[in-house]
Design a protein around this ligand. Structure first.
Ligand SMILES: *Cc1c(COP(=O)(O)O)cnc(C)c1O
Length: 364
């Protein structure tokens, strides 16, 4: 028998979450974001789960090519664009859209002969200060791109820093939108014709704000995770990854006995300790503290002791039915990944993406 740890990807949940995103999108076309191996779900599975999306967006050029080879014929967007001239040739060859976010990329475009035109997302930095041209520089960047014969459509894109917060103290979505509108207007003022198409909104922007856009770019919500403190369930999202294992050993220990490496946990009374076949080498966060919720036989139990490479321990005192072979859900259906992430001081995104290659994956 293989080790009992397995991740199940729920394709129907992915489809339903995509429908949820579409319902929030107010008619905008939807890029389903599939970077990082589709947030750990597998590129090929994401292609099937999100077959109804208008396009797929990611950052890995080789994975974009893989999508074409797998038969994806709708648009593909490279969110970080291209890194050198050879990527540009790949983009032209495979019909990939890419973001253009810096002068260096424009210089590359100016000096590379492309066999086919490529469509680009021109990225504006509206305060995130990660990628993009400032609103002051955007019109000049646009004009240079527009003058190039091998550039097709140009879509204006920006990314929000705090779309998940109701009242951010620093940079609000409204502030970013003001800067975006100023930048967009400066392009119009330069006599460049009708307004450019726009690409706005990650999951948080979509779920919590009502913006008009031509394209939206949801990621985490498609996988049933929440971008904000509100539970994914409250947004009508379904978990698309369940990580399940079994109890593989039980110890009945007396008060004062300690558990695991570093003996960090000492039993206050007599307890039943369950050993679960899942550790940090599987992607479970090593820093998860005592009390992090784990579902055993459908009942909530709490983690105890340090997570080790291949195992973790739970207190089974309140799960009388538990025995070797009992089912365990680390996250997914019945145990929201965001709750586990919160307890471990991280976000559901990181847990999904960290699912280790050694964990077998099936589909339901
Ligand atoms: C990752 C990413 C997204 C998706 O973000 P979520 O919070 O997962 O919805 C959207 N746009 C860009 C530019 C991204 O890098």
């Amino acid at each position: 028998m293989p080790r009992p740890l397995i991740a199940t990807i729920h394709l129907d949940a992915m489809q339903q979450n995509l429908a949820r995103a579409r319902a929030c999108a107010r008619g905008a076309k939807v890029w389903a974001v599939v970077k990082a191996n589709a947030y750990g779900h597998g590129l090929e599975r994401a292609m099937r789960g999100f077959a109804g999306a208008d396009g797929l967006a990611l950052v890995e050029v080789d994975y974009a090519v893989r999508l074409r080879e797998l038969g994806w014929i709708k648009p593909i967007l490279l969110l970080e664009g291209f890194f050198d001239a050879s990527d540009l040739l790949v983009m032209a060859q495979y019909g990939l859209n890419g973001s253009v976010h810096c002068e260096e990329q424009i210089a590359m475009l100016a000096t590379t002969r492309l066999p086919h035109a490529i469509d680009v997302h021109l990225k504006m930095n509206t305060g995130m200060n990660r990628l993009g041209f400032t609103p002051q520089a955007i019109a000049a960047a646009y004009a240079r791109l527009r003058a190039m014969p091998h550039i097709g459509t140009i879509t204006l894109m920006t990314h929000f820093a705090n779309a998940d917060e109701a009242a951010p103290t620093r940079l609000s979505l409204a502030q970013q939108m003001l800067r975006f509108e100023a930048g967009a207007a400066s392009i119009g003022a330069a006599g460049e014709g009708p307004a450019l198409p726009r690409s706005l909104c990650n999951s948080a922007g979509l779920l919590l704000h009502h913006l008009d856009s031509d394209w939206v770019r949801p990621g985490i919500m498609l996988y049933g995770g929440t971008p904000s403190g509100t539970s994914a369930q409250a947004f009508g999202l379904l978990p698309s990854m369940s990580l399940r294992s079994s109890i593989i050993g039980i110890q009945d220990i007396a008060a004062g006995e300690v558990v695991g490496y570093g003996s960090r946990y000492a039993a206050a009374g007599n307890i039943k300790v369950g050993v679960v076949a899942c550790g940090y080498a599987d992607g479970y966060p090593r820093h998860a503290p005592a009390g992090t919720p784990v579902l055993v036989d459908g009942v909530r139990a709490g983690l105890i002791g340090r997570v080790s490479m291949d195992m973790l321990m739970v207190d089974l005192s309140h799960v009388p039915s538990a025995k070797v072979g009992s089912s365990v859900t680390l996250w997914g259906q019945g145990m929201p990944i965001d709750e586990v992430a919160l307890a471990a001081g991280t976000i559901g995104y990181e847990l999904m993406c960290a699912l280790a290659p050694r964990v077998p994956v099936n589909e339901a």
